[in-house]
Design a protein around this ligand. Structure first.
Ligand code: UT7
Length: 322
């Protein structure tokens, strides 16, 4: 039987920091409102780097962490809703830039759940025996689509990339992954059309932006987050107290707090970095996992659950031993 394990992680955020005070100059909001309603203090936004640039740097970081040479990677999946272009995919841009062999490379769009979807696909492709080593990336430049006149969304979304390398293993480390979607709620969080360039500069054209019914998405998130954790534990016949950490999609601090309360899980074991990065969609989970590992919040042999939810609507999670 072929199993999979994580052998390295990496991440990258653009240099420019946008604080809540900066946003007070742009929309009718306040640092106090943003902090109390979302937990966000600051976030990073790109100036000229596009999604493939952020993904490239996170990938290099993960390859160095895993001590993996380019010719060892035979599968590359990028989860993004903010590609540089409709085609070629970000994964092909990266395959060339990272000097990978002529391998299987493609993008996935499952919004904020995209990284968990990519992990599921890579895990199954390796388990089939056809692939050995996968580079999986979640990368977004959401600031390209953010309406800086809409205080409901511009305070939430930001830019980042996170990467992970998983390999075929005889140890059952990545244990259970689930992914779901419910298309009948597509209108709750959506964006029509694509301003693909980061420095979009044709203001005379109508420009599409992210549209979100925040309260409805909030209700959905607080329902599926605990449900997914319980499902993963049931799949593995495990209990909550065997988990070292839950690394949830960083969409809103209150969603994380609420899930901990519903699950009766210690709040200090819910990983939080939304205060520093905001909501970075598909990058959120791999960025948080990378940070949790690098800061020692997750250690070798720890068992943790990661869980994500987002537009689609989509959701999913994974139960993993490091
Ligand atoms: O990543 C994928 C999924 N996305 C999410 O998970 C997002 C989920 N939703 C949320 O995080 C929250 O719904 C928001 C942070 C977007 C909004 O928080 P809320 O507590 O649901 O606020 P609300 O939309 O119910 O608005 C409450 C009040 C309203 O004013 P009135 O009508 O009560 O006078 C809003 O106009 O807060 C107002 N408001 C703001 N005030 C200051 C909304 N945005 C802001 C703002 N600053 N930025």
């Amino acid at each position: 039987m072929i199993y999979t394990e994580i052998v390295g992680t990496g991440s990258y955020v653009p240099k420019k920091v946008v604080t809540n005070t900066d946003l007070e100059q742009v929309v009718d909001t306040s640092d106090a409102w943003i902090q109390s309603r979302t937990g966000i203090v600051k976030r990073h936004m790109t100036e000229l780097e596009n999604t493939s640039d952020l993904a490239y740097k996170a990938a290099l970081n993960a390859m160095e962490d895993a001590q993996i040479q380019p010719d060892m990677i035979d599968l590359l999946i990028v989860a993004t809703v903010t590609p540089d272009a409709p085609f070629p995919a970000v994964s092909q841009m990266l395959q060339h830039r990272l000097k990978l062999n002529e391998i299987t490379a493609f993008d996935i769009n499952a919004a904020c759940s995209g990284f968990v979807y990519a992990l599921n696909v890579a895990d199954k492709m390796i388990q089939s025996g056809a692939y050995q080593t996968a580079l999986i990336i979640g990368a977004e430049t959401l600031s390209k689509y953010t309406d800086f006149k809409d205080r409901n969304t511009c305070i939430l979304f930001a830019d980042a990339a996170g990467a992970m390398i998983i390999k075929a293993s005889d140890k059952r480390k990545i244990r259970s992954i689930v992914t779901y979607s419910k298309g009948d709620y597509e209108g709750l969080l959506s964006m029509e059309g694509y301003p693909l360039k980061v420095n979009y500069s044709t203001p005379t054209q109508p420009r599409p932006f992210i549209q979100m019914q925040g309260t409805e998405v909030f209700k959905f998130a607080t329902k599926v987050l605990p449900k997914t954790v319980i499902k993963l534990l049931e799949n593995e016949n495990m209990t909550l107290n065997e988990l070292s950490l839950i690394v949830a999609h960083q969409a809103n601090r209150r969603i994380i707090d609420y899930a901990a309360k519903i699950l009766k899980f210690p709040l200090e074991k819910m990983y939080v970095n939304i205060d520093r990065y905001g909501n970075t969609s598909a990058a959120s989970v791999p960025l948080a996992i990378d940070e949790a590992i690098k800061t020692g919040a997750l250690k070798k042999n720890d068992v943790f659950i990661t869980v994500a939810f987002g537009a689609g609507l989509t959701w999913g999670g994974a139960l993993i031993e490091l």
